[in-house]
Structure formats: structure tokens, C-alpha cells
Design a protein around this ligand. Sequence first.
Ligand code: HEC
Length: 152
Amino acid sequence: MDTMIKRIAQVMAVAVVISGGAAAQGLPDGEGKDTFEAVCGACHGADLVIGSQGTKSRWEETVDAMKNRGASASEAEFATVVKYLAKYFGMSVNVNTAAAAELETELELSKAEVEAIVKARTAGKIANFDALSKVQGVNAKALEPLKTRLKY
Ligand code: HEC
């Protein structure tokens, strides 16, 4: 009996690890998430997207391919999905080396935020997200869902 209980405990421990991992890798909250789930969730899970990254044109191609596979939505909804994917599953951006213009367009930062980051990184390398969120004038809450794209 003891070994049975031990086994159940082991199985449960594994289950916790797996579900914890999946939760940490969920879909980032942001404009377009609901549309993505409604349009793209019709045939398969978001796991086909989570963990992958691409340029806007790559995501446009993917969405076009899904249209050919039978995805149905309005053009506006497809455009919203592309925008969501390009923003949250876009290419990586190195906070310390990216050009100011790239920070602005890729991460949708204001000019003031970009200036604050450039000033901070000139003074010393920004080590991680924690350090980035402490840069005066940076809206860390808005950057949080983009965390997987940020490199240092
Ligand atoms: C009508 C059904 C359907 C809908 C709706 C759909 N897909 Fe797919 N998708 C598929 C099929 C079928 C595959 C291939 C599945 C496989 O290989 O396991 C696929 C695969 C994918 C892949 C893996 C790479 C590839 O091209 O095979 C990605 C990424 C993807 N879909 C993204 C999306 C996105 C983004 C949307 C929303 C715009 C979407 N899908 C909506 C049917 C659909």
C-alpha cells in the first residue's frame, strides 16, 4: 500500500511540473489575443505558435496558409491576428545593442522610453528584465508580455 501511495505522489508531482511549465508559456495578454484564440483555436491549440518567433511577413504567410487550410474570419480579424503574432511572437530584440529606431518600432515604445533605455545602457549594460523595468520612465507593465523577445 505504501508503494502505491508513493507512486500516486510521484505521478502528481510530475503533473504539477508539466502544468506549471505550460502556464508559464501561455499566450501573452494583449490586443488581439481573443481574436487569435477565436480564429486560430478553431482547429488546433496555441501550442503550434507558442515558442516560435517570426517577422511580420512570416506571420502573414502563416495566416495566409491557414486561410488555405480553411480558417475563416473577416480580413480585419486576420489583420488583428497578424498584428498580435508580430508583436508577441516577433523576432528577438537585444535591449543593449538594438538601434533606437528598432526599439521604437519593434517594441512599440515611445520616443521618451527609447531615450531612457539608450541613456541607461550607455551608462552600463542592462543585465535583465528586472534591470530594464527599473529604468526610469519605462513602462515595465507594457513590456512584460514581450519578455520572451527581449535579449540582453
Ligand atoms: C481550418 C483549420 C485551421 C485553422 C482555423 C487554423 N489552422 Fe493552423 N494549422 C491547421 C492544420 C491542419 C495545420 C497542420 C497541423 C499539423 O501539422 O499538425 C496547422 C498548422 C499550423 C502551424 C504550424 C506550422 C505550419 O504551417 O504547419 C501554425 C504556426 C499555425 N497552424 C498557425 C495558425 C494560426 C496563426 C491560425 C489563425 C489565423 C491558424 N493556424 C488557424 C489548420 C488550421
